[in-house]
Ligand binder design. Structure first.
Ligand code: FE2
Ligand code: FE2
Length: 525
């Protein structure tokens, strides 16, 4: 069964949440900036077409900012803290930029002798522009490419390429000036700065700073309009923004994704996440290919395989909350860094939480991709019955693929050594033996044991029927859900009862529960 169509705006909100994490912005920053920018667009009398551009610019302005993050981290350390600082300053003011860079380098060399710090600062300041310009240009191009992959118009893509340009021509990378910077870009830059400055300094100081930057970062007429209505425009924008508000703000026609567009959107997220560091490049695609193959090998229903693949594409999206400088460390992480790193499945779940339909199942899988059957995984410490076959496959595929890739603190393992590591995790009670053997078979590793009875040999259709009757559906109800004849559903029930060795619905339900086959959201009500 194909999944129901999903609103594109749901994906835009997930991307916005992710970029807020990566840039160290406050919760729902991009959503709040979208509301503010749309209000300002209204006051400025923009037509629907321009309002559409404003809407997308506000939600997606920073989607390209993960490109080459390792270069930024190598030069300036914690790039999330750096981005947070940069968002608050006037980027047309060289002394403010220099001050911010010195602060970043001081963080990196906090424990170094003064002479070493002084040398690093001198070098950092000399190289700042050489390092930054190609990185920022890359952000623009990557944002444009991601936008293209999620079906956004050429004009929206063009605007995303101007995210760092300014009214006075002192922006990057092209130094566009005045009207050459498109109106939606000018408007969103002002709106986002207003929120950042208001949070950092309070309303009064924010308006004074916007007035000071009038004619510099901002178009004078737009700054005047904003300042004349600032109180009303910012009203109620100091808390979380609900999903419905953003959906309602999307100018007509509202974009909808079919299954193919969803596939491409999840894949675009995979690439966006993986391109932060050279050693994760292609990681999520590889995990997805392996998980997809293992799901088929284990005979999972088509919808499970689809959700598994989409979860694999997005499984590490929560890593954006952790500075690349942490992932790049060659020494052991501190306890605090370990805690932060182990929370990435939580952040991933939160990022995808707003998705509708199958997105809910995807988010649930993402939150479990480092869980173990014995409760020793993270972040939930979930145990066997809470881990569906898809979750078990995802954990095994992720573990295998990661072992095969080099990381700054270790070499890549050979396929044979990675297989041995996974089998050791099975012996320790951490990974599911069936999921591991399915993953290893799909990775071309010789089988260690026969697996004729995966999930008791249930067919994908029998698994679907089992789930429905476990959730309280009658044979008739299950037939209706699956759009099959009641007699056919009854045959499936008899067959699956005999395969799993039960004679009652209650025992079948318990079997499903014990093996993580009961899905949230399925109920007979
Ligand atoms: Fe991963
Ligand atoms: Fe992960």
């Amino acid at each position: 069964m194909a999944p129901p169509a999903a609103r594109r705006a749901d994906f835009l909100m997930a991307l916005a949440y992710a970029t807020d994490l990566a840039t160290g912005q406050s919760r729902d920053f991009a959503l709040r900036s979208c509301v503010l920018a749309m209000r300002l667009a209204e006051v400025a009398g923009l037509d629907d077409h321009q309002r559409r551009n404003v809407y997308h610019q506000a939600l997606l302005r920073y989607i390209g900012c993960n490109a080459d993050t390792h270069l930024l981290a190598s030069a300036f350390g914690d790039e999330i803290a750096l981005r947070q600082d940069l968002a608050r300053i006037d980027m047309g003011d060289q002394s403010q930029i220099a001050e911010t860079i010195v602060r970043a380098i001081t963080r990196v060399f906090a424990d170094a002798p003064p002479a070493e710090l002084a040398k690093a600062v001198e070098q950092g300041l000399a190289e700042a522009m050489n390092v930054s310009v190609p990185i920022l240009a890359g952000h623009c191009e990557v944002a444009q490419r991601i936008a293209e992959r999620i079906g956004l118009s050429g004009e929206i893509r063009q605007n995303l390429g101007q995210l760092y340009e300014r009214w006075d021509g002192r922006g990057l990378p092209r130094g566009l000036q005045g009207d050459a910077v498109s109106l939606p870009v000018r408007l969103v830059t002002l709106a986002q700065d207003a929120i950042v400055l208001s949070e950092a300094h309070g309303f009064e100081t924010m308006t004074a700073m916007i007035a000071k930057r009038r004619g510099g970062a901002y178009e004078p007429a737009l700054a005047d309009l904003f300042l004349a209505h600032a109180g009303r425009l910012l009203a109620g924008l100091d808390g979380a923004v609900d999903r419905a508000t953003i959906l309602a703000l999307e100018p007509a026609p509202q974009a909808v994704f079919d299954e193919r567009a969803c596939e491409e959107a999840y894949l675009a997220i995979a690439d966006m996440v993986d391109m932060r560091m050279p050693f994760t490049f292609g990681h999520s695609r590889a995990v997805a290919a392996l998980a997809d193959a293992a799901g088929r090998h284990m005979g999972l229903p088509a919808s499970d395989i689809r959700e598994l693949r989409w979860a694999a594409y997005t499984h590490d999206i929560g890593e954006l909350a952790v500075p690349v400088s942490t992932w790049m460390k060659t020494s052991a992480l501190t306890l605090r860094e370990t805690d932060a790193a182990r929370l990435h499945p939580y952040h991933g779940e939160r990022t995808l939480a707003g998705l509708s339909g199958e997105g809910k199942a995807v988010a649930a899988l993402v939150s479990r991709h480092h869980e173990h059957l014995d409760g020793s995984g993270y972040y939930r410490n979930a145990r066997g019955p809470d881990l569906s076959p898809a979750a078990r496959i995802l954990a095994a595929a992720e573990a295998f693929q990661t072992a095969r890739e080099a990381r700054p603190h270790r070499e890549a393992l050979s396929a044979a050594d990675a297989a041995a590591q996974l089998r050791a995790a099975v012996r320790e009670g951490k990974l599911c033996p069936d999921a591991v053997e399915a993953v290893l078979a799909c990775a071309g590793q010789p089988a260690r044991r026969a697996h004729a009875e995966r999930l008791a040999g249930l067919t994908p259709r029998e698994i679907e029927v089992l789930r429905l009757i476990a959730a309280g559906h009658t044979a008739k109800g299950a037939a209706r859900q699956l759009e099959i004849a009641p007699k056919t559903a009854d045959n499936h029930i008899q067959s699956l009862y005999s395969k799993i060795g039960v004679t009652t619905r209650a025992a079948a339900a318990l079997y499903a529960l014990e093996r993580g086959l009961v899905q949230q959201g399925i109920s007979a009500a």
